[in-house]
Design a protein. Structure first.
Length: 368
């Protein structure tokens, strides 16, 4: 064997051995992390650390559950059938890989393109940041004294800013900040319906709808009310509260939860408005809007749609290709579906198309 070939073989063998050792180290580290989590979580749920550790390892074989999802769903207290019904980030990602045509992702990721494709449901003026100047900002802020800037291709509310433009000086400062923040869109600030202003006058509260589009059918499901606590942006990944809405009636049927602190709130901590029993305005119109909007993005398998409601009716804020899903499967809300999760909606990838089930009547609506 020539020296160069032998050297290459030995080099690759060394790389393989290093990769194998790295994999072993990662496995040991992951197992240690699970064991530490089991000890801490056992004190909360009343199960032994050994039981929790075994249960997590079993769950990872079923649906690749994360430790956060395990705790959030109250997984250790579920029956075997309920455990199999839990949808995880991993199972939804596999569904998305199978049923999403990636050529259409830009419809949602690029906020300027999104505003044009869904212009019939947008309900506010919007411009590309490169086309804006301080004068245009003043025009967009004529009614409210402020505008909203959103950077392209970002999620979880990252980079979104509410900017003051009540006078020329503010508009110039805001324009300078926008130019330093990269490409994005600038739009009119939404004035929400009075019913939602009473919940939180300092930020626009949003309603999150989820959709699934698969060969066997499309479904609208798990509507969630999201409202900020003290920030200017309502986003469940940040300083916000979320509560479940009955999809049939538009009525909030749970208390709200802070996803970051795992705390429940019967009322908004600032305004004192009670969540349970709140009726979302223009609910039938919101459902109808979703029926008309979803087909425009039917090539994208699972989407989280954020809408606002004004005195004139609902409008779409944006849509997300990898939406957070914590609230829908929060252990405190599991009574809505008799303790079952939403994996049946994503089981078409396993050869099991979703079949309507009475336990999901309050949270799932067929779109045909």
């Amino acid at each position: 064997m020539r020296g160069s070939a032998r050297h290459l073989i030995l080099h690759r063998a060394g790389e393989y051995e290093m990769e194998k050792q790295t994999g072993v180290k990662r496995a040991i580290s992951a197992r240690k992390h699970i064991r530490e989590f089991a000890v801490a979580y056992s004190e909360k749920c009343g199960r032994t650390p050994a039981y929790i550790e075994r249960d997590i390892l079993s769950a990872k074989k079923i649906n690749h559950i994360s430790l956060g999802e395990y705790e959030w769903t109250g997984y250790s207290e579920l029956s075997d059938a309920q455990k199999r019904s839990i949808s995880t980030l991993w199972t939804r990602a596999e569904f998305r890989k199978t049923y999403t045509d990636r050529r259409y992702i830009c419809l949602l990721m690029n906020k300027y393109i999104f505003s044009k494709v869904f212009s019939d449901f947008y309900g506010r003026r919007c411009v590309f940041s490169r086309d804006a100047d301080a004068k245009l900002l003043r025009e967009l802020a004529e009614d409210t004294g402020k505008v909203v800037y959103k950077p392209n291709c970002k999620g979880q509310g990252k980079g979104v800013r509410v900017l003051p433009c009540a006078d020329e000086a503010e508009a110039l400062d805001s324009m300078e900040l926008i130019r330093s923040s990269g490409d994005g869109i600038i739009e009119e600030y939404i004035v929400q319906h009075d019913a939602l202003t009473r919940v939180n006058p300092g930020a626009v509260s949003i309603i999150r709808f989820y959709t699934v589009c698969a060969p066997s059918g499309s479904y609208l499901f798990a509507p969630v009310l999201t409202t900020a606590i003290e920030k200017e942006i309502s986003n469940g990944c940040q300083d916000a509260l979320t509560a479940m809405i009955d999809i049939r009636t538009g009525e909030v049927v749970t208390d709200a939860v802070d996803q970051n602190k795992y705390t429940d709130h019967a009322a908004h901590p600032v305004t004192g408005t009670v969540f349970k029993g709140l009726k979302m305005p223009f609910w039938e119109e919101s459902i109808d809007m979703m029926r008309r909007a979803v087909p425009l993005a039917s090539k994208i398998s699972n989407i989280g749609w954020d809408i606002a409601v004004t005195e004139k009716g609902p409008l779409i804020i944006e849509a997300n290709t990898i939406p957070g899903f914590n609230t829908a499967q929060y252990r405190g809300y599991s009574w809505l579906t008799d303790g079952y999760g939403y994996q049946p909606l994503f089981d078409e990838i396993n050869g099991r198309p979703f079949k309507p089930d009475s336990r999901y009547d309050r949270v799932i609506l067929s779109l045909g």
